[in-house]
Design a protein around this ligand. Structure first.
Ligand code: BGC
Length: 345
């Protein structure tokens, strides 16, 4: 029987943070918490049927609030960077040099969300938060919800909605870092990454897009037929921290495969881009999942969203949420395993 287990994950500033674990008939489970509407764990079988966790997180709530690089968090109001934190006459918090990133300081990724619904029949949990007018400079009281829903066929969906009482910006994402080896046995260097993108957004030194969408053909950034992260970093040692505009009508946004465990994940989204962050060079003393220190390429963040800094580039998509209009984004994460065959490097 599908089930939902509800428990207490911790306390932050006298507020209780709850954890939900959703499990389907096949034994796949996802866990989330009300702090940051954060995805905590995704437990799926490898090719031998062994169930292990395939996302990065922290063991405790205190660690999430102290140093998590947005592990699994819901990012809002806007994911990625906004150049100089400027939107027309509005000045947003500049929390990374001159830029605004991930909604600012103590944004919704760092707040305790309310439980709106826990529905065992549909294996779904819906959380909600209100970002008040003026939050990090954004106009409008924005009501956000996030629904996590797990299906019997080993895929789950994240649906994020927003509605505001005054025009504002809305470009949310989920910031999960994946590692399909299972329980962080290996890094993701040998994972095979395919991206349904024939173009890449070029960026300047501030990591903001310049506005140019360049073809990936004949460059290291061509992931259309797949390559391992190791093969990519041989050509581009700094790794990926890169927005890819998705091809219209592509079968998937991203397909990530680990040949050793046999696990494969396919992400589909109705957002127009995926930001890929390979954590290359990210060596940190803190423990991930309470087991091992953060090392370069321990995980890969795959962030479905409208292209970053869209507000400054007309062809990047419209992220203005008008007053009273309901906006919703849906991303799906599907898991299966491959037969034992060697994938190309
Ligand atoms: C950004 C990275 C950043 C990371 C953690 C990613 O979405 O693209 O540049 O280091 O988030 O904040």
């Amino acid at each position: 029987m599908p089930k939902i287990e509800r428990s207490i994950f911790g306390m932050i500033k006298n507020t209780t943070v709850e954890r939900f674990q959703l499990e389907n008939d096949q034994g796949m489970s996802i866990s989330l918490m009300t702090y940051g509407a954060t995805l905590l764990e995704v437990v799926v079988p490898d090719k031998t049927g062994r169930f292990e966790n395939v996302v990065l997180g922290c063991a405790t709530l205190a660690e999430y609030s102290a140093h998590s690089p947005y592990f699994g968090a819901t990012i809002g109001r806007v994911g990625g960077r906004i150049r100089q934190g400027k939107w027309l006459n509005t000045q947003l918090t500049q929390n990374e040099g001159e830029q605004h990133i991930h909604g600012g300081v103590n944004a919704v990724s760092h707040r305790v969300w309310e439980v709106l619904k826990s529905d065992v029949e549909n294996l779904s949990v819906t959380l909600g938060v209100v970002s008040p007018a003026g939050d990090n400079g954004y106009p409008g009281n924005l009501e956000m919800t996030v629904t996590y829903q797990l299906y019997a066929d080993n895929h789950f969906e994240i649906i994020t909605t927003g509605i505001t009482d005054e025009a504002t910006l809305f470009n949310p994402t989920n910031h999960s870092y994946f590692n399909l080896s299972g329980d962080l046995k290996e890094t993701i260097s040998e994972h095979q990454l395919e991206i349904g993108a024939s173009q890449v957004a070029l960026m300047d030194d501030s990591k903001c897009p310049t506005g140019v969408l360049a073809p990936v053909a004949n460059t290291a950034f061509d992931f259309q037929a797949g390559q391992t992260l190791k093969a990519f970093t041989k050509k581009e040692p700094q790794g990926l921290d890169t927005p890819f505009p998705l091809n219209e009508g592509a079968d998937f946004a991203v397909r990530l495969t680990d040949n050793v465990s046999g696990r494969r994940m396919v992400i589909e989204t109705d957002a127009n881009a995926i930001v890929v962050f390979s954590t290359t060079g990210m060596n940190e003393p803190y423990l991930v999942n309470g087991t091992r220190p953060m090392v370069s390429e321990l995980g890969i963040a795959l962030e479905p969203q409208q292209l970053p800094d869209a507000i400054h580039h007309d062809h990047f998509g419209d992220i203005v949420l008008p007053e009273g209009r309901h906006k919703s984004y849906r991303s799906s994460y599907r898991f299966d395993t491959i037969k034992q065959k060697k994938l190309k490097e």
